[in-house]
Design a protein around this ligand. Structure first.
Ligand SMILES: Cc1cc2nc3c(=O)[nH]c(=O)nc-3n(C[C@H](O)[C@H](O)[C@H](O)COP(=O)(O)OP(=O)(O)OC[C@H]3O[C@@H](n4cnc5c(N)ncnc54)[C@H](O)[C@@H]3O)c2cc1C
Length: 430
């Protein structure tokens, strides 16, 4: 509530009324607000611009249990990291002075062991698997028209060596998490997906994945929050969080001061700016990605695909076609680099029979909130026990949003969490 109309916390907690402020109107903030509303909280969601102004808008829409493995793993330091420093590659870190980025990279290299990789994979898998079930419930119960499609995800390889090498990961995913992947060698991959050019080395298909149109998902969630009596305030920017001892005293905004029993910080890649109130540093970097969205192609792919050598993803939607990805560590820079967009077009031209149209409906860039260990940060802030952080969902923020939101509501309500919350706790950074 706004402070000038505020009553004291004890008064506000009399009866059953419990108030929550959620900061950030991306998929994580909206999912948190949704589950808090469902749990009986009086929710106010604050968003600096419009709902879905951040990474949640133009992403590739994959609901992808197949993405349980983190970016970090044995061999990444030797093979992937050096290539990151090359210009004009899909993954890039332009050499520049940024102490927080260098510290993040150093911490990231420490994650690249088998044990750390499996720890992260377990935590990611729990969120991914739970979210798949929760999405099916929400989409049905709230009648969200987000173009939900159950056709899986296809990883496409031009190199026979890379295609063969993926077998070990496919087997690991199956052994650890019962995730099924089917191999299509040589021309079999074109038979599965005729929109591909001939001559691919092969593909791995994950039939258990699904995809959506992210902006439609967000508008469905917005309506659902309002239906459950949550209040959404757009164009309200949070400037600071004021702490009083071990509690958050107020949320300072562009439209005045607010108080609530619980505050949820879901500002994606920008969450680290509130480190002082949180009581610990959040090792999250903005990993900028791009997408191009256009009208449906005539020979539109049916199955979403990742062109693995380029890390470029394509998403067929009933209402359009999206080509996305690339990862740039250029700090909090919102500019759209035409060279990155050209890489997306180049990769599509090398893999798809039909050329992309010269003009598109939207050229977009967004910041993935990249946590250093591939696990999101979900839990009470070490510095303020009525502040809950939900950020750092990295490359799988859409695919993990419902379980993240449900966990936030369970933590706020002091319920037994539906999955083990320990891997996401902020105590790992305190
Ligand atoms: C190219 C690309 C493709 C991707 N593809 C996929 C995919 O296929 N599947 C998948 O699972 N994930 C994908 N992702 C990742 C996914 O988009 C993110 O993980 C997810 O959107 C993060 O959601 P969020 O709510 O944490 O952050 P955001 O969506 O960035 O939301 C944060 C919100 O907080 C608001 N905000 C920030 N600061 C303030 C403030 N001070 N006051 C008020 N409001 C504030 C912002 O305006 C923003 O709306 C992709 C990302 C990119 C870039």
């Amino acid at each position: 509530m706004w402070v000038d109309e505020a009553v004291s916390e004890s008064a506000c907690c009399m009866g059953d009324s419990r108030s929550a402020i959620v900061i950030g109107g991306g998929l994580i903030g909206c999912s948190s607000a949704y589950y808090l509303c469902r749990d009986g909280w009086d929710v106010t969601l604050l968003e600096r611009q419009k709902i879905g102004s951040g990474a949640s808008h133009g992403n590739c829409g994959y609901v992808c249990p197949s993405h349980a493995m983190p970016l970090s793993g044995p061999g990444v330091v030797a093979h992937t990291l050096p290539s990151l420093f090359k210009r004009h590659t899909p993954l890039s870190i332009p050499a520049r002075f940024d102490p927080s980025l260098w510290k993040w990279l150093l911490q990231f290299t420490r994650q690249c062991t088998n044990a750390r990789m499996l720890h992260a994979a377990n935590g990611r898998n729990a969120l991914l698997a739970s979210s798949m079930n929760l999405y099916r419930e929400i989409v049905r119960e709230e009648a969200i028209n987000c173009e939900w499609t159950d056709l899986g995800l296809l990883l496409v390889y031009k190199s026979a060596k890379d295609f063969d090498n993926y077998k070990a990961t496919a087997e690991l995913l199956n052994r650890q998490f019962a995730i099924e992947a089917i191999s299509y060698a040589g021309e079999a991959v074109k038979e599965l997906e005729p929109s591909l050019k001939a001559g691919m080395a092969g593909g791995w298909h994950f039939p258990g994945d699904a995809h959506v149109r992210p902006d439609k998902l967000l508008s469905g969630l917005k309506t659902a929050i309002q239906r459950h009596e949550g209040v959404i305030r757009e164009n309200v920017e949070v400037s600071s969080l004021r702490r009083d001892g071990a509690r958050l005293a107020s949320v300072e905004t562009s439209q005045g001061s607010l108080t609530a029993d619980v505050t949820v910080l879901a500002t994606g890649a920008e969450a680290p700016q509130f480190a002082e109130a949180i009581g610990c540093r959040l090792p999250i970097q903005p990993g900028k990605g791009y997408s191009l969205t256009m009208q449906p192609l005539r020979n539109q792919p049916k199955i979403p695909m990742i062109f693995e050598e380029h890390h470029v993803a394509v998403t067929p939607m009933a209402s359009g076609f999206r080509v996305g990805s690339t990862m740039e560590f250029t700090g909090y820079d919102r500019s759209i680099n035409p060279k990155r967009l050209a890489l997306l077009r180049k990769s599509a031209a090398e893999h798809l029979e039909e050329p992309l149209p010269a003009t598109v409906d939207e050229e977009w860039a967004g910041w993935r909130p990249m946590s250093v260990d591939g696990l999101p940060c979900i839990g009470r802030a070490p510095g303020a026990n009525n502040l809950i952080v939900a950020a750092g969902n990295g490359m799988i923020g859409l695919a993990t949003a419902p379980a993240t939101g449900k966990l936030v509501a369970e933590i706020a309500s002091k319920q037994t969490p539906h999955i083990n919350a320990e891997p996401y706790s902020l105590s790992r950074f305190a």
